[in-house]
Design a protein around this ligand. Structure first.
Ligand code: BG6
Length: 490
């Protein structure tokens, strides 16, 4: 079994401690780290929310949440973990917020990190931080964790960053993108920078194009109100897909230090090609799902899951984008991004499609070129497709087969949820997997331009049946370039 290095004792306050994120992700993540021996017995996990709960009621809620996710849990383990849990009812934006009560729950050890995790609506980030500032909760050891979305455009993102930045210094702000905590996303860095093999090939000299797909079969999951105001571009592209693109395309950083890594990612974001009303029409597709299937179950259309005025919603639940990184390494190499709800299945992959050999010795028998497929989920792993001769006589037949680095085949361990890694990085003060202010703002700048180009050009919203790979126009986007989306090995 893997050995985990314990982290130093810390206090974490989860604002929004009774909410969905806390119950589905944060509390179970802390429980798992505790089970693996990474948390000190003196760590304090303080739920903070407006709901009036006693400590025992919070512990009962946390137990239900953790046991719903953790396998092989034992009552004795839970008892030990429950000792770490505390709760305080608090409305962070109210004049009479009980900051003294919260301070009373924090450890007196002023060397330990105190983490404030904002698992609340972003609408109260600034007001809550201001109140924390007035109450003197921001000490040199405090760290602030912000969940996405940080704003809905560049302007609102700047307002949040300014507001929280007035209370907490930038190097104590941890902006989470949970994709950066996923195992295979981190493996992407190891693959690129821990092997000599790929680096010489990783550029326009050898790469034909790159595809990044994050397909989901789920729908709105009770978040219709939020989602309808966001759409796929704000919900997924601005953060997760652009982060994947950055890690795929960035230059090797000088070190794994937070700023060295983030500096390289920002350069990619700044080099991304923008759009205008005309290029947006030829290089992007926006679509909304209609009625269809999820496996054998019928699924209502997006519109039918909304109520009232939202029935005329033009929000995109799918987007496909062709872009380019205008720098020395990548000039001329298209990057195709695609994400959607209610697609045929849940799969996220990065595909590096290499160019064909300069001279095809094998003619028709060799139709393929090398392809590196990095699968984020499910079945995490890396597949390097090579051309190989099919054995036997009867003419030369060539097959494209993967060298297979499947996680499941090679490691029989539980894959920790992304939040487990990220929470421990906050305790360690390691900023490498978190977004810096300018990174978030550069991503919004590019997204704002895309959304404005759609508006300007009255970009049509296409439809696709739930349970498919998206609209026909998405396939056509590739087809026009003589390419096609990789839908897995057939
Ligand atoms: C979230 C989005 O950030 O990521 C959701 O808001 C999406 O809409 C989710 O479903 C996907 O995350 P994962 O880890 O399930 O791929």
């Amino acid at each position: 079994m893997a050995k985990f290095i314990p982290v130093q004792p810390f206090d974490i306050v989860i604002f929004g401690g009774t909410g969905d994120l806390s119950r589905r992700k944060l509390l179970p993540a802390l429980f798992h780290r505790f089970l693996d021996g990474q948390l000190a017995d003196s760590a304090r996990i303080i739920g903070a929310a407006r709901t009036k709960l006693s400590r025992d009621e919070f512990i009962a809620m946390a137990k239900k949440a953790c046991f719903a996710i953790s396998k092989n849990r034992k009552e004795s383990d839970w008892k030990n973990f429950a000792r770490l849990l505390h709760y305080i009812p608090i409305d962070t934006t109210a004049d009479d917020a009980d900051w003294d009560g919260l301070k009373g729950l924090l450890s007196q050890d002023n060397t330990r990190p105190v983490i404030y995790y904002m698992a609340t609506t972003p609408l109260i980030y600034v007001a809550s931080c201001q109140a924390m500032g007035h109450a003197g909760m921001n000490t040199p050891n405090s760290r602030l964790v912000l969940e996405k979305p940080i704003g809905t455009n560049l302007e609102s993102a700047r307002a949040i960053n300014d507001g929280v930045g007035a209370v907490f210094p930038e190097n104590s702000i941890f902006r989470i993108d949970h994709y950066l905590g996923k195992e295979t996303v981190q493996n992407l860095m190891v693959l690129r920078f821990g092997n000599t093999l790929f680096e010489p090939l990783w550029s326009h000299h050898n790469v034909d194009h790159v595809q990044i797909t994050v397909a989901e079969n789920i729908g709105l999951e009770g978040r219709a109100d939020y989602y309808d105001r966001s759409g796929a571009v704000r919900d997924m592209v601005q953060n997760h897909l652009l982060q994947l693109l950055c890690l795929t395309a960035m230059e090797p950083p000088n070190s794994l230090d937070g700023d060295d890594v983030r500096q390289e990612k920002i350069k990619v974001l700044r080099a991304l090609n923008g759009f205008d009303a005309i290029t947006a029409k030829t290089q992007t597709v926006r679509a909304q799902y209609g009625a269809g299937m999820d496996g054998d179950d019928p699924v209502a259309s997006y519109i039918d899951t909304l109520s009232g005025e939202a029935k005329s919603s033009q929000t995109e639940t799918f987007v496909a984008i062709k872009t380019e990184i205008k720098n020395w390494r990548w000039a001329g190499v298209p990057f195709y991004l695609r994400t959607g709800k209610r697609m045929a299945g849940r799969h996220s992959e990065i595909v590096i499609q290499f160019k064909p050999t300069p001279h095809n010795l094998f003619g028709e028998a060799n139709k393929h070129a090398n392809k590196l497929v990095i699968r984020l989920q499910p079945d995490e792993g890396v597949h390097m497709y090579m051309q190989i001769k099919e054995p036997g006589p009867g003419g030369l037949r060539i097959k494209s087969l993967p060298l297979n680095l499947s996680y499941a085949d090679n490691f029989s361990v539980r894959y920790p949820d992304a939040y487990e890694r990220l929470l421990m990085d906050v305790v360690r003060g390691n900023l490498a997997l978190f977004m810096r202010r300018d990174e978030v703002e550069s991503a919004w700048k590019w997204v704002d331009n895309l959304l404005a180009s759609w508006d300007e050009g009255d970009q049509p919203i296409e439809t696709y049946a739930a349970g498919t790979q998206g609209p026909m126009q998405s396939a056509m986007l590739m087809d026009r370039d003589g390419r096609s989306w990789w839908e897995g090995a057939s």
